[in-house]
Design a protein around this ligand. Structure first.
Ligand code: 5CA
Length: 442
């Protein structure tokens, strides 16, 4: 792919409306474009990143046996009236009328719709547990959309729902998602901490927010530093192993603002281990028992008895994650972004020095491009006529993990190669391939 033929509208200046580094970088590198307040188009660079994040999220859902479905964005108000949330949800819900004057809405979340699907499809307790997810756009008419895709009105979410017969089984389902979330965020090279949280309009009494530490985060958190050391690599998906993991986490105080209690904090955490900071909520899981199943009559038959199913819901902000990863990885001062290779829009940028009279470096670039492509390494060639320094700076900003510079210092066999933000070294295409391949394997 040639940069000159890509829709990557790089801005010279940082747009003044952007207050945090992710918003600045996303606008500057043309990852997104605002279409109206809190609503964005995703341009090729941003969209590629989001799709890669989405596939990691999907893989970890599939790994714990969740079934993927796709529900619509537009829902009927009827089911929301059944659950009682049609009025409760208030002004954050975007309400629409169709030509028959029927009340519809753009889904802010899907507890009602999935409960309706469940009650029409599952009759026997023998079909439990049912674990279902979809990845779909949501709309919340936020009073103050801000920070770009971090808190916007239309956003992309993975939301999953669990249906079980008993509370114990429902907690087992909850714990499966708990582990899947830890693994998902780890794969995105993020350290996300589960924190006891409020349940808000979703309801229930058990809930964790998964938070990554960032100064620009909107959630205030109070925790015990030692929680970062909890090891879940040996945890497997069985009831006791998962329950042990939860117990291990519960040993450390970790709460969001709404759950904070100064006395408890002092009692449970020594001054040395206290951490009061801010973070970004990238995921949120809930257990709410029969709140929706009772209101909407979703039950199964067990030995001739009607049992309301016990439910949970589990969200990940897929579009928010793009911004959250930038907050965690962008070096604002030196203007260097470092996308982990598994979600970077390209693996490698090829930066030839090009002049009007001499296009030989462009030919060399194309050869390298084709070689890398044959090895499943995805590269982009910056074929514009900017100088090399400008090209390097631009790709530092975009954050493609590797750069190959093809200029006066390169020979026919060896080229200048660098990991983004690091020093150049002379390497052959074989050596370059090996370094990138090794990174891709990790
Ligand atoms: N039904 C539940 C779980 S599926 C639910 O909706 N939970 S939530 O409200 O916490 O949202 C899930 C995740 O979506 C959040 O953790 C956050 O990462 C993301 N999210 C929520 N609101 C926004 C928003 N306005 N902009 C961007 N992402 C958001």
């Amino acid at each position: 792919m040639f940069l000159s033929k890509s829709l990557v509208p790089i801005l010279k200046n940082i747009p003044s409306e952007a207050k945090i580094k992710s918003h600045k970088l996303m606008l500057r590198t043309g990852m997104i474009k605002q279409s109206s307040a809190g609503i964005y188009s995703w341009l090729p660079l941003g969209f590629k990143i989001m799709k890669k994040i989405e596939s990691i999220v999907r893989l970890e859902q599939d790994n714990i046996g969740v079934q993927e479905i796709l529900m619509p964005t537009i829902q009927s108000s009827e089911i929301w009236k059944e659950s009682g949330r049609y009025n409760d949800y208030g002004e954050e819900m975007l309400r629409i009328k169709d030509r028959q004057n029927r009340e519809m809405l753009y889904g802010p979340t899907n507890e009602e719709l999935i409960t309706e699907i469940f009650r029409n499809s599952i009759k026997s307790y023998k079909s439990l547990p049912q674990l279902l997810y979809h990845i779909q756009w949501k709309f919340r008419d936020e009073l103050r959309p801000r920070f770009g895709v971090m808190r916007c009105r239309e956003f992309y979410m993975k939301d999953a729902y669990s249906f079980d017969l008993s509370i114990d089984e429902a907690i087992y389902s909850y714990n499966k998602f708990f582990l899947a979330y830890l693994k998902t965020f780890k794969k995105l090279d993020l350290s996300a901490i589960p924190m006891a949280a409020d349940t808000g309009p979703i309801g229930g009494n058990l809930s964790h927010e998964f938070i990554i530490i960032a100064e620009t985060g909107e959630s205030k958190i109070y925790t015990d530093k030692r929680i970062f050391g909890v090891n879940y690599s040996d945890t497997v998906v069985d009831e006791s192993s998962l329950s042990n993991l939860r117990t291990t986490y519960d040993e450390f105080y970790a709460v969001t603002d709404e759950k904070f209690d100064q006395n408890e904090f002092n009692e449970k955490v020594s001054d040395d281990n206290k951490l009061i900071t801010k973070g970004i909520e990238v995921g949120h899981i809930f257990y709410f028992g029969d709140k929706y199943s009772k209101a909407m009559n979703a039950s199964v038959d067990k030995d001739g008895k009607k049992e309301f199913v016990k439910m949970g819901s589990y969200g990940i902000g897929v579009s928010r994650l793009v911004a959250a990863i930038i907050e965690a990885k962008y070096d604002d001062k030196n203007e260097i972004m470092k996308w982990p290779i598994n979600i970077a829009p390209y693996h490698c940028a090829i930066l030839p020095q090009v002049s009007k009279n001499d296009k030989s470096n462009l030919e060399k670039s194309l050869n390298i491009y084709n070689y890398l492509k044959s090895k499943n390494i995805d590269a982009i060639i910056d074929d514009t006529d900017e100088g090399i320094i400008a090209k390097i700076k631009k790709f530092n900003l975009i954050g493609i993990p590797y750069q190959i510079v093809i200029g006066k210092n390169s020979t026919d066999e060896k080229f200048e190669f660098a990991k983004v933000g690091e020093d150049l070294q002379f390497l052959s295409t074989d050596e370059i391939e090996n370094i990138i391949k090794k990174d891709l394997k990790n």
